[in-house]
Design a protein around this ligand. Structure first.
Ligand code: NAD
Ligand code: UPG
Length: 440
C-alpha cells in the first residue's frame, strides 16, 4: 500500500520503518528539516538497537523515504498515519496543537480519498474531532475515513514490540476502513482487537493508567516492607506467581518516568474532570509517584543529615535502560535536590548524556564510565538499571570510592551480593546492608 506517516518521533519512525519492512511504500513526513536530513542519510535520531539497520535496509530497497514537504509526502497515499506528539498541557490535559496542525496540513495538501489513522495517544473523542477538522478545511472534494490505532510499543524495545506486541487495537465506525487496517496489520501476526473509535482511544489510556498504578502499588508495598522488615523482592516474586496478578511491572524503584506514563495518567484525570467524574485511585497514583521520586534523596538526608560538599556519583540518567530519553526521568528531580543541598554531582549514563546536558544544571559534571564517576565519591546513587551498571561488581565500589556507600533506586544487586561487598547498601523495599550485616 501507499502509506504516509506524519511525525518521526519514536512512534512515527518505528511505524514507518516496520511498515516499509513489510513491503509497503512508506513516506515519512516531519516538519523538523534537520531530522529529515539525518534520516535520509539512514541515520536514526533514536537510540534503539536494530533500528538503524532496518532504516538503511528499507531506504536502500526504496520502500522508505523521508520529506518535510507535505505535498510530496501525501501525494497518492491511501493510508496516512498521524504520529506527532501529544504532550501535557499546563492543566494536565493532552495538548493537541500538533495534531491540529497536522489535520490542517492534510486538508490543505491531500488530493485523493484516504484513510487517516491516529497512532498518537489522544483523548477520547479526538478522532471524531480530527475527522471534522480535516473535513472542515479540505480544499478538494475527497473522502476521509478515520481509524484509531493506538500504539503500545516501549522505548528501547520498540521494533521488537511492533513485531511481538500482545495486541493491535484498531477502532473505527467505518467497516471498510477497519478491514483495510486489519489487512495491513495482519502481517504482524499479533491478535487484533477491532472496536469503535472511542473504545480504542480509551484502551490506550486505561492500559497506561493501569500499568502506572501497578508500579505505584508495588512501590508503596516496598516502602512499607522497609518499615516492617520484609523484602520486596520476595514479596513481588510471591505475588507475581499468582496468574491473576502476573509478575510483570512489579519492580519497585524510584517511580515511573518517561514520555508516556506521567502525561497519560494526568490526561486521564483531566478527561475525567471534563466528564465531571472523580478518579481517586488514579489521582493517588500520580501523587504516590511524585513522592517516590523523592525517597532516594530523603534516604541520603537521613543517613548524612547534610549533603553539602559531598561528592555524589549518579549512575544512570535515562528514565529507563536501553534509551537515551530523559523525559520525566527521576534523575532530573534527584539531581536538582542534590544540587540544592550543596552536593557535588558527577553523572554517568551509557547513552543519555547528550540529552541530559540540555536539561540538567551546568553544575553537573559528567564521567565516561561507572568507575570514573565513582572515583573519590562519598556516595553512589543508582537511578537507571543499565546492564553496564548492574554488571559493575558491587565489591569494586570500595576500590574507587572514598567510602563505599550506595543508594540503589533500582535494586540492581541482591542483598547476598551486597553482604560480601564491603559496601554500605541502601535499596528500595529491602533491609539496609552495612558492615556485612543485613539490618531489618
Ligand atoms: N514514545 C513512546 O514510546 C510512545 C509509545 C506509544 C505511544 N506514544 C504516543 O505517540 C505520540 C508520538 O510520540 P513520540 O514519542 O513518537 O513523539 P515525539 O514528540 O518524540 O516526536 C513527534 C515528532 O512529530 C514531529 N512533528 C510535530 N509537529 C509536526 C507536524 N505538524 N507535521 C509533521 N511532523 C510534526 C516532530 O518534529 C517530532 O519529530 C504521542 O501521542 C505519544 O503519547 C508514544
Ligand atoms: O516494574 C516496573 C516497570 C517499569 N517501571 C518504570 O516505568 C517507566 C516506564 O517504563 P516502560 O513501560 O518500560 O517504558 P515506556 O517506553 O514509557 O512504555 C510505556 O509507555 C508507552 C507509551 O504510551 C506504552 O506504549 C508502553 O506500552 C508502556 O509500557 C520507567 O520509568 C520504568 O523505570 C518501574 O518502575 N517498574
Amino acid at each position: 500500500m501507499e502509506i504516509s506517516v506524519i511525525g518521526t518521533g519514536y512512534v512515527g519512525l518505528v511505524t514507518g520503518v516496520c511498515l516499509a519492512d513489510l513491503g509497503h511504500q512508506v513516506m515519512c513526513i516531519d516538519i523538523d528539516k534537520e531530522k529529515i536530513g539525518t534520516l535520509k542519510q539512514g541515520i536514526s535520531p533514536i537510540y534503539e538497537e536494530g533500528l538503524s539497520d532496518l532504516l538503511k535496509k528499507n531506504i536502500s530497497n526504496k520502500n522508505l523515504s523521508f520529506t518535510s514537504d507535505y505535498k510530496e509526502g501525501l501525494r497518492g497515499k491511501e493510508v496516512i498515519y498521524i504520529a506527532v506528539g501529544t504532550p501535557q498541557a499546563m492543566d494536565g490535559s493532552a495538548d493537541l496543537t500538533y495534531v491540529e496542525k497536522v489535520c490542517k496540513s492534510i486538508a490543505r495538501y491531500l488530493e485523493n480519498d484516504a484513510i487517516v489513522v491516529t497512532k498518537s495517544t489522544v483523548p477520547v473523542g479526538t478522532n471524531e474531532w480530527i475527522k471534522q477538522t480535516i473535513e472542515g478545511n479540505l480544499q478538494k472534494d475527497i473522502e476521509i475515513k478515520i481509524v484509531s490505532n493506538p500504539e503500545f510499543l516501549r522505548q528501547g524495545s520498540a521494533v521488537y514490540d511492533t513485531y511481538h506486541g500482545d495486541r493491535i487495537v484498531i477502532g473505527s465506525e467505518d467497516a471498510e476502513a477497519l478491514n483495510i487496517l486489519e489487512s495491513i496489520n495482519a502481517d504482524f501476526s499479533i491478535p487484533i482487537v477491532k472496536t469503535d473509535l472511542r473504545s480504542a482511544e480509551m484502551i490506550k489510556y486505561a492500559s497506561n493508567a493501569f500499568l502506572a498504578a501497578k508500579i505505584s502499588f508495588i512501590n508503596e508495598m516496598a516502602n512499607l516492607s522497609e518499615r516492617i522488615g520484609a523484602n520486596i523482592d520476595h514479596v513481588a516474586a510471591g505475588m507475581g506467581m499468582d496468574k491473576r496478578i502476573g509478575n510483570a511491572f512489579l519492580n519497585a524503584g524510584i517511580g515511573y518516568g518517561g514520555s508516556c506514563f506521567p502525561k497519560d495518567t494526568r490526561a486521564v484525570i483531566s478527561i475525567a474532570k471534563e466528564a465531571d467524574y472523580e478518579m481517586p485511585i488514579l489521582e493517588n497514583v500520580v501523587d504516590s509517584n511524585e513522592r517516590q521520586r523523592g525517597i532516594i534523596v530523603d534516604k541520603m538526608m537521613s543517613r548524612f543529615e547534610r549533603l553539602k560538599n559531598k561528592k555524589v556519583a549518579i549512575l544512570g540518567l535515562a528514565f529507563k535502560p536501553e534509551t537515551d530519553d530523559i523525559r520525566e526521568a527521576p534523575s532530573i528531580s534527584v539531581t536538582e535536590k542534590l544540587l540544592e543541598a550543596g552536593a557535588e554531582v558527577c553523572a554517568y549514563d551509557p547513552a543519555a548524556r547528550r540529552n541530559a546536558e540540555k536539561v540538567l544544571s551546568n553544575k553537573v559534571a559528567y564521567a565516561d564510565s561507572v568507575s570514573e564517576a565513582i572515583t573519590e565519591a562519598d556516595i553512589a546513587v543508582i537511578l537507571t538499571e543499565w546492564k553496564e551498571i548492574k554488571k559493575f561488581p558491587i565489591e569494586d565500589y570500595k576500590k574507587y570510592m572514598k567510602s563505599p556507600i550506595i543508594f540503589d533506586g533500582r535494586n540492581c544487586f541482591t542483598l547476598e551480593e551486597a553482604k560480601d561487598s564491603g559496601a554500605e547498601y541502601h535499596s528500595i523495599g529491602r533491609p539496609v546492608v552495612r558492615d556485612s550485616v543485613v539490618y531489618k
